[in-house]
Design a protein around this ligand. Sequence first.
Ligand code: HH2
Length: 343
Amino acid sequence: MAADPFRYPRPLICDPATPGAWPLAGGWARFAHVALLSRQGAPRVVPASDLPEEVLTRLTAPRAPLAGLPLDRPRIMGILNLTPDSFSDGGKFLAPEAALAHARAMAEAGADILDLGGESTRPGAATVPVDEEIARTAPVIGALADLAVPVSIDTRKAAVARAAIRAGAKIVNDVSGLAHDPAMADEIAALGVPAVLMHSQGDPATMHFDPRYDDVVLDVYDALEGILARAGAAGVPREHLVADIGIGFGKTQAHNLALLRDLPLFHALGVPLLLGVSRKRFIGVIGHAQEPADRMPGSVALALRAAAEGVHILRVHDVAETAQAFALWQAAGGPIHGDRETR
Ligand code: HH2
């Protein structure tokens, strides 16, 4: 069977004032052309209006609000690791008072969502027993119940997700993309909450050994499509799903950069996109910053670039710095609100 030429349409982001430009994922970024990526050869650039209607609709349709949060501008997800061993902030927020203070400080600094995790998934990390992960996360989530911003639970385990949602979390963030815990898809469906489903090749313990792909961009796209379909089959409504390419999870630096170069392709999945690059290792390598805490400028640069490409949620350690970058970008005419309608 001949390959579908419209299977991998990568929008080419353009100035919002471009005549005939379409809104990307219902948001602020615009595109008028797409590069049709293919496993067979070089991409072919065509006007967006040449796309089959179903493909164009997937690329342009507004995305549903996430846990009540409208995705009409780039949103900041602040990271709170309640772990002794996370690669950047491990051990800093283990004490509940420190965790709560940091959560409130991030909300104050402009976080739209807080992502709490009780298990590091850095390369080489060991798994944490379910009871311990719940003991690290649920009480802190309960203590943040008065906070206006929704909390997400960063876990690969159904029981931890359940305990977190019961304690007041509103979103599940599964870095294994339903692969770690066979009960996760049914649990998310039963809880009736939205979920971020991330692509990962292999387990954190081994994923960094020798990750291989035929074509990393297209392989990750196909895998995410499969993950979203699995969630759908378990009964999770499409409006509850967010996709994430999983930077650094079973990917080399070359894989990470290839994925970032073709990031707009992933809007063709038809769901909101989340990106987590904050302080990750390749930023330190390219940006000559050995210490994770010194990788803020590179992290902000990538967050801005992704936001300009219509990515809806940026998962970051440096909330105030990212919020300031977004504010200045917007003040200088960045198309955050998509107010220069061309259609
Ligand atoms: N990255 C990390 C953890 N959770 N979730 C999503 N959706 N996307 C990501 O890229 C992502 C994630 C790893 O970063 P961090 O939480 O800072 O470190 P650790 O896993 O060591 O706790």
